[in-house]
Design a protein around this ligand. Sequence first.
Ligand SMILES: Nc1ncnc2c1ncn2[C@@H]1O[C@H](COP(=O)(O)OP(=O)(O)OP(=O)(O)O)[C@@H](O)[C@H]1O
Ligand SMILES: [Mg+2]
Length: 321
Amino acid sequence: MQMSDAILEVKNLKAKFPTPKGDLHVLNDVSFDVKRQECFGIIGESGCGKTMTAMAILHYAERLGLQITDGEILFEGEDVLRFSRKRLREYSGKEAAIILQNPMEALDPLYTVKNQMYETIRKHRKVTGKEALAIMSEVAEELSIAPEKLNCYPHELSGGMLQRIVGAMIVICRPKLIIADEPTTALDVTTQLQYLKLLKKIQNEHHTSIIFVSHDIKVISMVCDRIAVMYAGEIVEIAPCRELLQHPGHPYTKALLKSANLDRVVRNEYETIEGAPPNLLEEIHRCPFEDRCKYAAGKCYEKKPQAVSCGAEHQVKCHYL
Ligand SMILES: Nc1ncnc2c1ncn2[C@@H]1O[C@H](COP(=O)(O)OP(=O)(O)OP(=O)(O)O)[C@@H](O)[C@H]1O
Ligand SMILES: [Mg+2]
């Protein structure tokens, strides 16, 4: 069997939350793949389904009450949704791991950083206590964590240092895929930059694939090789980073880039995207962006656009590309 160069393939994923008001259709035919050692970005406004996509990939959907109704998630060709409990224990945290916006959620407030790193090494690597301490010093040095910080409790550390510690835990576990869900949103700009460099270092030196989730186009463009633009539970455009920035195809991507344009902000020309995303309680059979799109006409109100190829690795879901 030929080995695919994708570590992850998400195919036609559909998912819903049953609510007292009816089913909330949060993922509506999501398809993309992530290559080995690639940093793949997912961008889109709040509520578009970025975190739920991440949760589905990590097999956390069920415990959140999210029902996957269709599609496949293939990790190195194996269907994650059909993993046995045993296989899932190997996969979660070891092969695929998540970095959350709030690093405190990943750390135990009752134990020092050193304690937690030591336990993580002993759990994930077959080494003696002495070797575990050596690995800890090595990883701490690699990620520029001063030795005295290791003796601190999580609440004694800054947000940037905590994200660095979570990065260290990840390096220790050596997952093949990291999903970073808005990991820098709570950090100031300088710390954010340092952290993005750290993620790139992990990606390059440990040959890790990363899915980087953000609603900030500037941040996502700094680290990602390709970017997927998500809207109302769908991916409406995928392209290599530079191609997306220079030749956006979907009207939503164009509006997103315009609203982030700093030159316009300097000139007091704030561009916002008028209107709101559609109500996900209704299953959408038309273009989901139709009521906010200035180009919408005819077909847009009648049927969903299929993905159209408009360049190497560039796909857009729009009737009037
Ligand atoms: N436990 C839940 N029960 C019902 N609906 C939920 C639940 N969690 C999330 N949702 C809904 O699922 C949709 C997708 O949410 P998701 O968290 O994936 O958005 P997001 O793109 O990550 O947004 P943000 O940028 O704010 O993090 C939203 O409409 C949200 O309200
Ligand atoms: Mg989210």
